[in-house]
Design a protein around this ligand. Structure first.
Ligand code: 13P
Ligand code: SF4
Length: 353
């Protein structure tokens, strides 16, 4: 083994011994060293979402975090190339913020059921149905949808963004469950729009939502939370706000991926169950060797799973897959994302009702 591969292997072994088998660490240490070399040659920065697999997450990323933190990082970097180890809507957000940079996504299959669940025409139709009502769009959407939006939000700042609008009706898209959780958090009635719902019928303050859902988080149930509390003494159950309101209400804490990371770090509890994408529990476990993660309801996001270290290496080697956003869409989407970034704070998590 070359010295730099050996060093990388030792570093990964020290951090990931409890979560990744040895043969995998040896293999990935080699790929990680190649990536570090290419990263320097290409003057690139690598941003990694909290859902990246543990070896990738702990070896090659310059910054890791939730989608809010990573969009801030993408706006601030002075590197000429951004490799986004996440899904397409995240890489598009980086391109919207940094149009002069080359943004690469390692796999063309990194989609998202929320982003696929709404079109720009859907948003235009809602604006015609509810004229003058401001539109908040979750960042888990494509650029043409963001372009129809007044302000974006992430799961880390959604309630703050809604409050900042000072409007008694808000269109909140596209995640039904995040919308219902935010409505509860901000004391608003939630409406699922039907073709015959009129502005005059709205009981205000309210949120008008949409029917898209995260294919991972929609599968957790309140029963999962109750069973965890029943079977594991002193367990703290954490849920992402893309889970149903029944799940977030039953959980001990609900918040964005970054808020969950922070909660575990700061908590004195001995063990945790994370109702979110399962790589995150591995990543947290590696960083908090004194804490235990309960293995239950392990669900991997199939889109995040597409981002491998080998594909990340090839992204830098062949400068693929380049993310482009048409300039007229980018400019309008930029206004919505920039408004969100200007609202400081975020990643605070949602208080239990
Ligand atoms: P965060 O905004 O918490 O990073 O979540 C993004 C996501 O895709 C959750 O499924
Ligand atoms: Fe989309 Fe859900 Fe995957 Fe997040 S976990 S990228 S919301 S499908």
């Amino acid at each position: 083994m070359q010295t730099d591969v050996q060093d990388m292997y030792r570093r990964l072994k020290a951090r990931l011994d409890r979560v990744v088998p040895d043969f995998e660490l040896r293999l990935k240490a080699e790929v990680a060293v190649e990536i570090m070399r290419l990263k320097q040659e290409r003057n690139a920065v690598i941003l990694g979402h909290n859902y990246m697999e543990p070896a990738l997450y702990h070896s090659i990323c310059d910054f890791v975090g939730d989608s809010l933190e990573l969009s801030r990082r993408a706006a601030e970097t002075d590197k000429s190339v951004i490799v986004f180890c996440g899904v397409k809507f995240m890489a598009e957000t980086a391109k919207i913020l940094s149009p002069q940079k080359t943004v690469l996504l390692p796999s063309q299959k990194g989609g998202c059921s929320l982003a696929a669940g709404i079109t720009a025409e859907d948003v235009r139709a809602l604006k015609r149905q509810f004229p003058g009502v401001p539109v908040v769009t979750y960042v888990n959407t494509y650029a043409d949808v963001k372009a129809e939006t007044d302000v974006c939000c992430t799961s880390g700042n959604a309630a703050e963004v809604v409050r900042s609008l000072d409007s008694d009706a808000v269109i909140f898209l596209p995640d039904e469950y995040l919308g219902r959780n935010v409505a509860r958090e901000t004391g608003r009635t939630f409406y699922m729009p039907t073709p015959d719902l009129t502005p005059a019928q709205l009981q205000r303050p309210c949120l008008i939502g949409w029917k898209a859902r995260c294919e991972v988080h929609e599968r957790f149930t309140a029963d999962d939370v109750h069973r965890a509390h029943e079977h594991f003494p002193a367990v703290q159950v954490l849920a992402h706000p893309e889970c149903t309101p029944e799940v977030t209400a039953a959980a001990d804490f609900a918040g964005s991926t970054a808020a969950m990371v922070r909660f575990v770090k700061e908590s004195k509890a001995p063990r945790f169950l994370l109702l979110t994408e399962c790589s995150m529990a591995d990543n947290i476990m590696a960083e908090n060797p004194d804490k235990e993660m309960v293995r239950m309801c392990s669900l991997r996001c199939p889109h995040m799973n597409e981002i491998t270290m080998q594909d990340t290496r090839d992204a830098l080697k062949f400068m693929r897959y380049v993310i482009e956003v048409p300039e007229d869409i980018r400019v309008r989407a930029h206004a919505a994302v920039a408004r969100m970034i200007a609202i400081r704070g975020g990643t605070t998590g949602y208080a239990k009702p």
